[in-house]
Design a protein. Sequence first.
Lengths: 317, 401, 304
Amino acid sequence: MLGITKDLVIKDLKYYVLAFILLLPLPLAGDYVTHIAIMIMLYSITAASLDILVGYTGRLSLGHAAFYAIGAYTSTLLSMNLNVSPWIGILIGGILASSFGLILGIPSLKLKGPYLAISTLGFGVIVQLMLINLDWLTRGPIGIPNIPPLPGGPIDLRIKSSFYYIALILTLLSISFLHLLTKSRIGKILVSIREDEDAALSIGVNVPFFKIFAFIIATFFAGLSGGLYAHYIRYISPAMSALSESINILSMTIIGGFGTLIGPLMGAALLTILQEVLRPYLEYRYLIYGGLIVIVMKFFPSGIYGLLQFIIRKVRG
Amino acid sequence: MAMSRGLLIGLVALIVILVAAAAFFLTTQPTEAGTVKIGLIAPLTGGLAEHGLDMKQAALLAVEEINSKGGILGKKIELVIEDTACKADLGTAAVQKMITQDNVYAIVGEYCSTVTLAVQPTIMENKRLLLVPVSVATKITEQGYKYTFRSCANQWMQTTQHADWIVEHLKPKTAAMLGINDDYGREGLKLWGERVKAKGVTIVAEEYFDAGTTDFTPQLSKIKAANPDVIFVVANIRDAANILKQAHEIGLYKQFSMLGGVTSEEFLQLAGDDAIGLVHVSYFEPTSKRPAAQEFVQKFVQKWNRMPAMYSAGVWDAFMTLKYGVEKAGTWDVDKVAEAIKTLRFEGAQGTIYYDEKGQAQTKVLLVQVHKVDGKLKRVILYPDSDKEGEYIPPEKLYGG
Amino acid sequence: MLSTSLLVEQMLLGLMMGGIYAAIGVGLTMIFGVMKLSNFAHGEFYMLGAFLTYTLVSALGSDPYVVAPLAAVAVGFLGIILNKLVFLSLYRELREAKGAAAFFFQDLRFIMLTIGLSILFVDLALVIWGPIPIAIPSALTSHIIKLPGGFSFSLARIMTFFMALASLSILYTFLKATKTGKAIRATAQNPSAAALVGIDTYRIYDVTMLISTALAALAGGILGPIYNVYPTMGLDVVAKAFVVVITGGMGNIVGSILAGFLIGLAEGLGGVFLGTEYRQVVAFVIMILVLWFRPQGILGGRRS
């Protein structure tokens, strides 16, 4: 019914397993590289989730970091104040984030393009201001340090290499789930909404339902990765919901190549690595970062993924 | 789609592993035998870049000074500088890089308390020394970390000494408070408010402003309506200057009082004559006649052609703490050095530096008032008596009625 | 204890600030109305105007209120250059694109591109002028005008308000009365029809960009003496500018002007009643409410 056949799942499964095996030895490169890899994975989940909303359904959101922050704060407060296990806390974080996604999604139904973008921007800023001002709950602008790590039984998950494997498994699971979603009938419905909303409506698609569905899925995964982040870095603050963070995530999605799910992964990797590689150029770093965004947007709007496809096509002749 | 997306995932994974290997080999910095690396994290870009600059210049000067005298235990110091833009995750990545790739011995930083708090666990778990030269959040030295030392006064010290002086010398009946809506502002207002309330002062207004605000007249006009005897403000240089200007603009001429953040020449330039009469905390005065302070100021001016701000003094003292600590311990062993630092007592730029059990330097806080002397703006030290340079002038004398 | 004088003072201050919001918002709404471009780099033109004013004041020794219009024009030309270099090809692609997906695609592209420009300009300013905030000296800041009722404002603030008001009135007349002004309005309403009657729409885009960026730059220059100038100052105003634009109706110039004053006023009152830390929230809540319940803005603008 959903258009997912066993063959479809198996076909890509072998590549996910291959990826898993290939990425196993990464921690051998040391804690710094492992840390960067973990951050890339967390951002990958967030950027891919945003792609469902922006790339596939065509609903531009400039406030995605808010859901990331909501997931992080939820899991943190639950584990620190109510002794809830972080594993469950992260899940609840995702659920709460998607509830907010629902709250934002419903009134946004009739908004399009820049109007939608700006309302999500406003939402992100309001969440940040609330996190700052409701300090009896959130401890205010200084944030919350000493967050408990994920409990790993006999394994100490504060050790970066151990956490890496957990993150790797969770990331591959999330990405494969989203990937499956995009290949299913639901994915095709979302794309039809992006392409031509009225046409989709006329052939019987329940457009409002799927718009909200996209919001919920996207914000759920953002909340999940936020919770993971909280128990890894073990410090969170309202700055997580800042506009600059949302823009950071959107940049990864767009530069990677929107509407492709894999593009955002590449975007996440590229931008995170770039940030580290450009360290020696301190003051000029943002000149390069900004310039990169401008150049990609002007000349390769389909992002890196699009560029790669173009090259492959040329090579194949 | 020219290629199965699944295949692409596999390809991406392959590329990732290759890049990781490359990153590892390319970025691991070998340390020359005979040098020791010390890291500095500071906000070199972003809204606080000016303070990052203060820190960077002081660090470069300190390292140059230490190396010219033979280094520490015969080894030269190599400074590794990373930008955090006052962001916790950039700070964490920077610190991780410094520890893993650069193999730094110790880290000096940061400016933003939020970044310092975020990087503390990583640094402590890796058994490196952390010297905090600027961040004032009291929590930083209250968490029981053995290797954390703070070379500047924390917010509790600043605020309570300041409050005590105000109550004793100005004898206000009412006070208003205005602060930036972040950790620095909120903690400051909370501590100061509690302290003066305990001494019988009534708080008649408590206002906040968000970062990025340029127009303070709404808050100021509310304060004006509350008619306080004294107004306590916690803000960064730029905001503080605007607050004073706008206060005078709307006719608010009461006694203003601030924390240490405004101790700099740039503040006096920005605020101009509107700063006259302001009473504030200072950890460091370039006019101080103490020889250690003079030495620091002269060297700084010679190298950078500008007067050092307070934060620069904190960074300088942090590096000196490290130098003397290692020398006293006679070894680079981190545990022994940590113990040695707690027994140190030396003349730093900020005053006599010695640390308590929690790693908090017990620096004396100064109280100064801005006067106009010979046509130029100058900070005149009012307290403590040992450094006193002049008398307090109340606003009625300065502005009339 | 809410005195009338406090209320009145807050309202006056709010209105004065509103004039500035209006000036910045108008430029943004014009770009959206005429060129269908959501310019997230708008705050950076405001910032560049302030820095350029400072540079001119240092070089020529004159008062910023005299020099700010010059800086504004210079920034306006920068806007045109950007138009030609970066945006022009995108307009063409937008024109030829079909369907909702293409529109979305181009829209997103513009937004991301301007975001990239914003990041670039902020760092450029940091590199050129350094991170330390700068005060633009002006003789007018020290002249305090005392009004009846115990209110006092600096001459600089009053001058800023009047210059903002003046430029807005000039703009309004320009759009209503002159040939180019009418052409701009025509292009905003229906670009293809405008092209059909012989209007060179690309030239109109250039003029619109010039006016819009110049206005923002002027706002930056005349605010410089009152507040201080630093590279990230544009980021602090751009979100507010969008609030103004949405509330007034995107593309609706009179709407933006009114909305600017309204937001300024609402912020002032919100600060009095809710507590000043909630001032920013007030502006954004207004914007979200407008978007959810009356997306065309209070006066009705164009829908996407």
